[in-house]
Design a protein around this ligand. Structure first.
Ligand code: MN
Length: 130
């Protein structure tokens, strides 16, 4: 079974490119365009991994991460922050909030899926949580 990624990203172009790259490497992708919807969707689908833009409207990625970590069923889910190179402090804040790692924007299409696979492989291990 393909691993399921929840992508929380407000920019449509980024959603399109990211989804294309992940699906091309065998992941299944579900979208949310803002934090509140991402939190609701995460609880509903229990993804194998959450890919989280930090710069989001209403609620930034740090706040989204803290909220996700309050939810029992999502406490162990890998959360990867997507941070802008220009916003240097974001990376440390993302880890402090509970993210497992980060990827810099703009993403490198050549290496992106491989970086994600370090946190969860494209195929869900049989009978196991990540
Ligand atoms: Mn954004």
């Amino acid at each position: 079974m393909n691993a399921l990624i929840l992508l929380i990203e407000d920019n449509e172009k980024n959603r399109y490119l990211t989804t294309y790259l992940l699906e091309d490497h065998g992941y299944q992708v579900v979208h949310a365009a803002d934090g509140p919807r991402g939190i609701v969707t995460a609880q509903a689908i229990l993804p194998d991994l959450i890919l989280l833009d930090i710069q989001l409207p209403m609620m930034d990625g740090h706040a989204v991460t803290r909220a996700l970590r309050e939810i029992e069923t999502l406490r162990e889910t890998p959360i990867i922050a997507v941070t802008s190179y220009a916003m240097a402090g974001d990376r440390e804040k993302a880890i402090a909030a509970g993210c497992n790692g980060y990827i810099e924007k703009p993403i490198n299409p050549e290496t992106f899926a491989h970086e994600i696979s370090r946190f969860h492989p494209p195929v869900r291990p049989p009978g196991g949580t990540p």
